[in-house]
Design a protein around this ligand. Structure first.
Ligand SMILES: C[S@@+](CC[C@H](N)C(=O)[O-])C[C@H]1O[C@@H](n2cnc3c(N)ncnc32)[C@H](O)[C@@H]1O
Length: 282
């Protein structure tokens, strides 16, 4: 196993699964050595067993955060997969706008669960803003949509909150129209308009925790997050998501390449314009 013994791997694997839900098979031992070896040097810890006992016994919150920041995979892009955003625009927004107009309620709540550096929730916020402007809708405003974005990693949340991106991350999925409408060049960065940034509330949240305090949602994006979890934890999270969705029109979006099985008790699989989404059962 290279730079890590079986015992060291087992200790770190159990710690990581307990803290983040991420289940690492033996073939992923390289993730521990690739991503955590720098911490051994920085904290002057001789090996991964030492790291495990330091984490367990010293309970240094900073070191724990550093392990979480390093071990999570934060790959993301703007308007990832396209189809969820098409469904949001073509199916869900018209429906929710009608509900707001009908006077039943004035808050539509959207949750980006596992938001990484912000591309997903900001894509949602830009899409809503552009949709309302393009359709000339004035009686419903972006303020009627509340977007909560959560992640376990404080490092990515900091980047997300800043709303500043370099050329490389801007180029990944963002078309020119969105870029010129919502971003300003500042030195080497592209800075997202404050009006869009203010639409998203970022919060650290571990999906292993109870969801009740977060309230109910109309739409939950939980994409490319549970692919790293055990089947049991996945099941538990999708059960909690189903409970957190409003009825009858609560919707879950997954990543387009994610395999989702055993959801029949909670969700109905729906198709729209080349994309799949999951509508909560009543
Ligand atoms: C691959 S990114 C996906 C980002 C975005 N949803 C997308 O599809 O582009 C997965 C994110 O899930 C977060 N994550 C991993 N385990 C988590 C947990 N237990 N609770 C909350 N977020 C977690 C990671 O920190 C990471 O930023």
């Amino acid at each position: 196993m290279g730079d890590i013994t079986s015992r060291q791997f087992d200790l770190m694997r159990s710690y990581i699964e307990e803290e983040c839900g991420i289940a690492l098979g033996k073939e992923k031992a390289y993730l521990i050595t690739n991503r955590l070896s720098g911490l051994l040097t920085e904290y002057n810890i001789p090996d991964y067993e030492g790291l495990y006992y330091t984490l367990k016994n010293k309970k240094d919150p900073h070191l724990k955060e550093r392990v979480i920041d390093s071990i999570t995979t934060n790959e993301t892009l703007w308007f990832r997969d396209k189809t969820p955003f098409r469904t949001l625009e073509e199916v869900l927004l018209p429906k929710y706008i009608e509900e707001v107009r009908a006077g039943g309620r004035n808050r539509i709540r959207i949750w980006s669960a596992g938001c990484s550096t912000g591309q997903e929730p900001y894509s949602i916020a830009m899409l809503i803003n552009r949709y309302l402007a393009r359709e000339g809708i004035r009686d419903v405003s972006p303020g009627n949509f509340e977007i909560l974005a959560t992640d376990i990693s404080r490092r990515v949340l900091k980047i997300a909150e800043a709303g500043k991106y370099d050329d490389l991350s801007i180029a990944r999925g963002l078309d020119l129209e969105y870029r010129s409408r919502y971003f300003t060049r500042e030195g080497r960065d592209w800075v997202l308009d404050k009006g869009i940034r203010d639409r998203v509330e970022f919060k650290q949240f571990n999906l292993q925790n109870n969801f009740v305090a977060l309230g109910k949602f109309d739409v939950i994006f939980c994409r490319y997050v549970t692919i790293y979890f055990s089947p049991d934890l996945k099941r538990e999270i999708f059960r909690k998501i189903a409970t957190a969705l409003n009825r009858p029109w609560g919707v879950l979006f997954l990543g387009s390449s994610e395999v989702f099985t055993g959801y029949g008790d909670y969700f109905t699989r729906m198709l729209h314009n080349g994309g799949v989404y999951y509508k909560v059962k009543e």
